[in-house]
Write a protein that binds this ligand. Structure first.
Ligand code: SF4
Length: 75
């Protein structure tokens, strides 16, 4: 069976290992938009869907733990 959200999982691993950051808008796009069929790199700097906003707010405020999210997807 194909693993879900491969780009999210790869980027989350990099963030958790310390080889990637979640500082810039581009960092967040790489994490949250990479698996989205609507994502076209560099074309949506000013547009954010509700899922993006929700996940970013939860991760920034500690309401969602990145490591636990990754673990859940890899079970
Ligand atoms: S902001 Fe939302 S719709 Fe746009 S690329 Fe990211 S996840 Fe997809």
């Amino acid at each position: 069976m194909e693993e879900p959200l491969p780009r999210f999982r790869a980027r989350a691993r990099e963030v958790l290992e310390g080889t990637a950051e979640l500082q810039s808008e581009e960092d967040w796009r790489e994490l949250l938009c990479g698996d989205c069929p609507f994502y076209h790199h560099g074309e949506e700097e000013n547009e954010e869907c509700g899922s993006y906003l929700l996940l970013r707010a939860l991760l920034e405020r500690g309401g969602l733990d990145l490591e636990r999210a990754l673990d859940s997807l890899e079970r």
